[in-house]
Design a protein around this ligand. Structure first.
Ligand code: PLP
Ligand code: COI
Length: 342
């Protein structure tokens, strides 16, 4: 049912679930189209133990944010991109494509009904979590006959404690996140279950996150467990190209645009070797949850590489400020990225 929003301490928000008033729910029969759906109180849902999502991982999700801006408006950042990606993810797992209008209507309705859970400007955002799950029962391995779409929300603060304190990342040689032609390029729930063990092991050794290498020859970096990676060397911005095993991040796309169009620096979507990362001038990760977070130290093969004296780099800082500036409406929304909730 949601906690009383007046009881929330906006200054101590981290990236944890705070239950809000309501969530949006719609269903789709395999052969049919999505129901209109509507808002219901946030709460448990009932599922068969044989549900497709519980047994064979037929589930995808999205992550997006609504902000209270400096103009005291409520905006959502690039929801059309998430609508497109959830459709792509769904189709990869033999689930019905999401109807774009339904997706946007559900997200807007969820935000509008939970306005009092949106943190004050500069103190965080309302994280939105759209999910699609195969909810009908099944025994043999096959797509199920009914799917459920839910959008729930939670006020959040920074993903990593300390917000822009440069991260300490561990390159793993023990695990791959994804393989070419697998499901690494979609937001399938199974990708995240596979990332838990490497993440927990890294955290136990004092690292914040894991950097995954390509499953082929382990020479190239792919991405972190929940974020895309960027490096800067001699004023050139590089990020791994979208070759099928990394997630096409909305923040990645936004940072590439800002670098090209506003900073006017050389931008390359290409192969990025592990050696290039360890010797880069600046390294940072991007994502809805992590925004733009600098990397200060990378451990690989029992060696540690310090990046930019463990301080946030100049270009990283510029890109972070540009992105946050647009999201908070402190800067003009030149690229029409904000969807107003009024
Ligand atoms: N890569 C992975 C594996 C992620 O989970 C995320 C987070 O959504 C990202 C990259 C960044 O994507 P986005 O910027 O769309 O949030
Ligand atoms: C996001 O950045 O929205 C993510 O989905 C990353 C993580 C919280 C799973």
């Amino acid at each position: 049912m949601g906690i009383d929003p007046k009881a929330i301490d906006w200054d101590s928000l981290g990236f944890n679930l705070t239950e809000t008033r309501s969530m949006y729910k719609a269903v789709c029969k395999r052969e049919g189209s999505w129901s209109t759906g509507g808002l219901i109180p946030f709460g448990n849902i009932e599922l068969s133990p044989a549900a497709g999502v519980l047994n064979y991982g037929q589930g995808v999700f999205e992550g997006m944010k609504a902000y209270r801006t400096i103009k005291n408006r409520i905006v959502i950042f690039r929801p059309d991109m998430n609508a497109k990606r959830i459709s792509m993810s769904s189709q990869r797992l033999c689930m019905p494509a999401m109807d774009k209008d339904l997706f946007l209507r559900a997200v807007l309705a969820t935000v509008k009904d939970n306005l009092d859970y949106i943190p004050p400007n500069g103190k965080g955002s309302l994280y939105l979590r759209p999910v699609v799950w195969g909810t009908a029962p099944v025994l043999g391995v096959k797509p199920v006959d009914e799917y459920t779409f839910i959008v729930y929300a939670s006020p959040v603060g920074p993903y990593f404690k300390g917000d822009i304190k440069p991260l300490n990342l561990l390159v793993t040689n023990d695990y791959h996140r994804a393989a070419p032609k697998g499901i690494g390029n979609v937001k399938a729930i199974g990708n995240y279950s596979a990332s838990l063990l490497p993440l927990i092991k890294a955290k136990n050794e004092g690292y914040d996150e894991v950097i995954y290498l390509n499953a082929g020859d382990e020479e190239l970096i792919e991405e972190a467990g929940a974020a895309n990676m960027f490096i800067i060397k001699d004023n050139v911005l590089k990020t791994p190209k979208l070759a099928g095993s990394i997630l096409p991040g909305v923040t990645r796309d936004s940072v590439l645009t800002l670098a090209r169009e506003i900073l006017e620096i050389d931008v390359q979507e290409t192969d990025v070797t592990l050696n290039e990362v360890c010797t880069a001038d600046e390294v940072f990760c991007t994502g809805t949850a992590v925004v733009v977070t600098p990397v200060g130290k990378i451990a690989s093969d029992n060696k540690e590489y310090i990046i930019n004296g463990e301080k946030i780099g100049k270009i990283t800082n510029e890109l972070r400020s540009l992105l946050i500036g647009i999201q908070r409406e402190e800067r003009e929304d030149t690229f029409n990225w904000l969807q107003s909730v009024d």
